[in-house]
Design a protein around this ligand. Structure first.
Ligand code: TYM
Length: 335
């Protein structure tokens, strides 16, 4: 990697089935920004432990997520793609940063409140300190930019606050990261309830397009998407949230703006428009799906790049961790 480029950091949890929201809100932007930055992408498997996982399925899902990053076009020779749990610096820095994070700050996190209400039988401490581990992920790599969907902006804000607080005490240890949301990062909404974000944890499978849905399933889900009783394809988030969501998706996939889309479907019913969105999304996802099928079982290749990238991530992040330990006054190990 060249030294001069700025650093980009991001990742996804290895939880559930990834959706079109994850793709358009995050993964695709990673690919777009790839050349411009030195990139680190984590398979955030420690974060996934905040909800109960079936161990065998979880292991497979985490490997598949790694393969999916590669299938989406991230080159593991040029980018550092790695498993969060393989790099011990994350858990270590997370502990230290816990001691620089206030309970009052964590109490304000809307994602915690939301998850706590959905998993009321398992409101564990990990769920509560989730944002601190996320701050550690980002700050370890001295990231300049973090491409995420809008739902993660509050976590970016607390990351910046923790970093600034730490720097205020010890000098410039951490780079203060900027979020990057891109256009659709504002959020892909559920196809069944356009007031909600499209989410991998939605109980209704028709609400989300999963990245591994086949073309027929994708077409069917778009045909069934909840819209309104009007017939005009017009962008109006308040009055027509369902159609506006489909227009956002169509725009993100085709690059057309809202005026062009309105013109393209003027005088045509919702049915034709929904079919066009389904076609466009199926066409977008199918090359990635094919590549994923090729890569996911290539154990030798995956093991090789995983091992090399784990090393790289450890080497890089440990530089920051060592500095932090020194600053806070932890003693050195005697070798
Ligand atoms: P996760 O796995 O929940 O989400 C992964 C990414 O997908 C984005 N996203 C969406 N964007 C637009 N519309 C949607 N409907 C939608 N649903 C999800 C999320 O904003 C996210 O960018 N906490 C992170 C994982 C993480 C992380 C990090 C990210 C852990 N450490 C450090 C960046 C840097 C998360 O929410 O993942």
């Amino acid at each position: 990697m060249e030294d001069k480029k700025k650093i980009l950091y991001s990742g996804m949890q290895a939880t559930g089935n990834l959706t079109l929201g994850n793709y358009l809100g995050a993964l695709r932007n990673w690919k777009t920004l790839n050349e411009e930055y030195d990139c680190f992408f984590g398979v955030m498997d420690l974060h996934s432990l905040t909800v109960r996982q079936n161990p065998a399925e979880f292991r497979q899902r985490a490997r598949n997520l790694f393969a999916l990053y590669v299938a989406a076009g991230l080159d593991p020779e040029k980018n550092c793609i790695y498993f969060q749990s393989h790099v011990s610096t994350h858990a270590e820095l997370s502990w230290i940063l816990n001691c620089y994070t206030y309970i009052g700050e964590l109490n304000r996190m809307t994602q915690f409140k939301d998850k706590a209400s959905r998993h009321s039988d398992n409101i564990n401490a990990g769920l509560y300190t989730y944002p601190v581990l996320m701050a550690a992920d980002i700050l370890l790599y001295q990231a300049d930019v973090v491409p995420v969907g809008k739902d993660q902006l509050q976590h970016l804000e607390i990351t910046r606050d923790i970093a600034q607080r730490f720097n205020g005490i010890y000098g410039d240890v951490f780079t203060i990261p900027e979020p990057y949301t891109g256009k659709i990062g504002a959020g892909v909404k559920s196809l069944q309830n356009p007031e909600k974000k499209m989410s991998k944890s939605d109980e209704n499978p028709n609400a989300s397009i999963y990245l591994m849905d086949d073309a027929d399933t994708i077409r069917r889900k778009f045909r069934r998407a909840v819209t309104d009783s009007d017939t005009q394809v017009r962008y109006d988030v308040t009055e027509k949230p369902g159609i506006s969501n489909l227009m956002d998706i169509y725009s993100a996939v085709t690059g057309k703006d809202m005026k062009e889309i309105e013109a393209e479907f003027s005088g045509v019913g919702y049915g034709d428009f929904k079919s066009a969105v389904g076609e466009a999304v199926a066409g977008l996802l199918s090359p990635m799906q094919e590549r994923f099928e090729e890569i996911k079982n290539d154990k030798e290749y995956l093991d090789k790049v995983i091992s090399a990238n784990d090393e790289k991530a450890f080497y890089f992040s440990n530089k920051t961790l060592r500095k932090v330990k020194k600053k806070v006054g932890l003693t050195d190990r005697i070798r």
